[in-house]
Write a protein that binds this ligand. Structure first.
Ligand SMILES: Nc1ncnc2c1ncn2[C@@H]1O[C@H](COP(=O)(O)OP(=O)(O)OP(=O)(O)O)[C@@H](O)[C@H]1O
Ligand SMILES: [Mg+2]
Length: 337
């Protein structure tokens, strides 16, 4: 059996707002293989960041986890005390947030911020901590790290700021690193360089990565397996090669079709998915993708929300009734165990 370092089981999280309860994460389960990269993708608002924040115990008010478990080794992170969780966080499981501008403290130098995390978790002298920060920044491809540690966040470019964030997250060599849209705000060359740094880091330390990205190019480049989220649920889950080659959920197929392809004539005229995702406050009783689905049948309309069904291959599942009712590709789909 594959060694899974982090496992979410039936995770549910919501935000209790004045407009109603936003069901941001609905019955999400996945496993992160040790040393591997799991990508979570899907449109804006599908619940990707909420999953990441729930794992870290950092869902902001009025958000809360309402069900499920998140096992890191044999510990359920959801049952740890605040103190225990703080020890895990940063040291064993670390996150790089979506927006670099919110992640750095504007009044502290870069060096102070990297040293702070090191000294919070390890008994080292200031001098040792300083040397360690210069080393992690250097490892992340920042030129002249001795000079960078003296800078303040406003003196950094977007790419540099994001690398500093990654340095803070990886300073203690966490076994799990969660990257929430780590390169979305950056131009493509900086993005490529940072992704290469991540791949090197993973190779060197065997880091297991949860990569959240709506960019399917990034997902294809980095991920071993992919979870596609729609309206707070996993719509499809497969190893990356299978997902890109033979998606079985119409939503995944639409996402892939709407992907910019530099090799194709249709640049600039993408098959954007028609319609919008449902409100997470008022989720329908049937498949949430139904109004946008070009493959919907009468069965879909009379059924409740579809469960994840086996899509034939090994560990390939999709939440779509087409897998049960259609005979395409000759696969008689079974309910997954
Ligand atoms: N602090 C909050 N208060 C209320 N609702 C929230 C809050 N944060 C997120 N939500 C809602 O939870 C749902 C999921 O949001 P989330 O940020 O997890 O999506 P996402 O997939 O990360 O989107 P994006 O790609 O834009 O980052 C959305 O409907 C969002 O509006
Ligand atoms: Mg997000």
């Amino acid at each position: 059996m594959q060694d899974t370092i982090l496992r979410a089981e039936d995770l549910q999280a919501e935000f209790d707002t004045t407009d109603g309860v936003v069901k941001a994460v609905n019955h999400v389960s996945f496993g992160l293989p040790r040393g591997g990269t799991l990508a979570i993708t899907g449109e804006s608002g599908s619940g990707k960041s909420s999953v990441a924040l729930a794992i870290m115990g950092l869902l902001p008010y009025p958000g809360r986890v309402t069900g499920g478990s998140i096992h890191f080794g044999d510990r359920d992170l959801l049952t740890l005390s605040g103190e225990e969780l703080r020890t895990v966080r940063g040291r064993e499981v670390a996150i790089v947030f979506q927006d670099p501008s919110t992640g750095l403290n504007p009044v502290l130098s870069v060096g102070d911020q990297v040293e702070e995390i090191i000294r919070a978790h390890q008994t080292v002298s200031r001098r040792e901590a300083k040397a360690m920060s210069v080393e992690v920044l250097g490892q992340l491809g920042l030129p002249d790290p001795e000079e960078i540690v003296r800078r303040h966040p406003f003196q950094l470019s977007g790419g540099m700021a994001q690398r500093v964030m990654i340095a803070i997250a990886t300073a203690l060599n966490p076994s799990v690193l969660i990257l929430d849209e780590p390169t979305s705000a950056l131009d493509v060359t900086v993005q490529a360089a940072i992704l290469e740094d991540m791949a090197r880091l993973q190779e060197r330390h065997g880091t297991s990565i949860v990569l959240i990205s709506h960019d399917l190019g990034v997902v294809a480049q980095m991920a071993d397996s992919v979870a596609v989220m729609y309206a707070g649920r996993i719509a499809e889950y497969a190893d990356a090669e299978t997902l890109f080659r033979s998606p079985r959920h119409p939503y995944t197929a639409s996402l892939l079709a709407s992907r910019p392809r530099p090799d194709q004539e249709s640049r600039g005229r993408l098959a954007a998915i028609k319609g919008t995702p449902p409100s997470l406050i008022d989720l329908p009783d049937e498949c949430a993708f139904l109004p946008r689905c070009h493959k919907a049948t009468s069965e879909c309309r009379s059924e409740s929300v579809p469960e994840l069904l086996s899509a034939g291959g090994d560990a390939h599942v999709a939440a779509c009734y087409n897998l049960m009712y259609s005979e395409d590709e000759g696969t008689a789909a079974r309910r997954s165990a």
